[in-house]
Write a protein that binds this ligand. Structure first.
Ligand code: NAP
Length: 271
């Protein structure tokens, strides 16, 4: 087992990629604390971890709220005294149907070579609230959890911080300006903190998945999914388990020379 005796916290672990990572780490021997904004979901995954015979904690909180984040770290420290692995995974996405339709239509018009394209009018319609919430959950949330984790990890002279970015942060995605900006911000944050924290044996890296089949994309138009899958040479979406395998590599001592990197399981969508 690659994570025996380790303690981990995974944010947004009540669903999708976070859940797969939490269960993968538990199978590899770690005690895993489960954060999610939804208490019932966090509790359900904690139950699955217990069934694997591992210790767990349920830590519901909104990661975009620094007071709530401090409180869950206090709870974790009181129970376990140390934290070896943090996965900053919690995230949201805006999949407004009419925006998706406009993107599909524009794509079809380009393929058909027909006339002057109509304005997409997507980024100009992003509200202040949508922009701020997206940045708050992804970028503030990653920073707040990292700040608390560093207090423990630098003192214990060991740690692994894994930040969930996205191909959106590497290449930019049409129709997802706030999300792409937040994920690019996470990549910058990863690199800056990686340079500081490695002095104390704390490794900071990011994962930038391509399109992964999770509840986050349940609202995505089927035609949009088909167009996206065709853009990846592998011809399909990834699975949460395929991302968890990359997280396990970064969480374990197999990645002992990997600092400030962005690993991108994306089926060739972005090279
Ligand atoms: P998911 O299935 O929706 O899981 C994300 C979980 O995080 C949900 O349970 C969600 O609750 C929770 N959450 C949302 N806001 C939170 C907050 N403020 N505090 C704590 N928990 C919160 O999504 P996923 O696809 O597994 O995505 C996980 C991460 O991977 C995200 O950072 C996402 O951006 C990233 N990612 C996903 C893909 C993909 O194609 N799926 C690709 C690249 C990167 P609610 O459901 O109530 O919001």
């Amino acid at each position: 087992m690659k994570l025996a005796q380790r303690t981990a916290l995974v944010t947004g672990a009540g669903s999708g990629i976070g859940r797969a990572i939490a269960l993968c780490f538990a199978r590899e021997g770690a005690a895993v604390a489960v954060n999610d904004i939804r208490r019932d979901r966090a509790e359900a995954v904690a139950q699955e971890i217990r069934a694997l015979g591992r210790e767990t904690l349920t830590l519901p909180a909104d990661v975009s709220d620094s007071v709530e984040v401090r409180a869950i770290f206090e709870q974790l420290t009181a129970q376990w005294q140390r934290l070896d692995i943090l996965v900053n995974n919690a995230g949201i996405v805006e999949l407004e149907p009419s925006r998706q339709q406009r993107l599909i239509q524009a794509h079809m018009e380009r393929l058909a070579g027909s006339g002057a394209p109509a304005p997409l009018a997507i980024s100009q319609s992003i509200t202040d609230m949508e922009w701020r919430r997206t940045l708050a959950v992804h970028l503030d949330g990653t920073f707040y959890c990292t700040r608390e984790a560093l207090k423990l990890m630098e003192a214990q002279r060991y740690g692994k911080i894994i930040n969930m970015a996205s191909v959106a942060g590497l290449t930019g995605l049409a129709g997802a300006a706030a999300y792409s900006a937040a994920k690019a911000g996470i990549i910058g944050l990863t690199k800056a903190i990686a340079r500081e924290a490695i002095h104390c044996g704390v490794y900071v890296n990011a994962i930038a998945p391509g399109f992964i089949d999770t509840p986050m994309l349940a609202e995505m138009d089927a035609e949009m999914k088909r167009l996206i899958a065709l853009q990846a040479p592998i011809g399909r979406f990834g699975t949460p388990e395929e991302v968890a395998a990359v997280a396990l590599h970064l969480a374990s001592d197999d990645s002992s020379y990997t600092v400030g990197q962005v690993l991108s399981p994306n089926g060739g969508f972005y090279m």
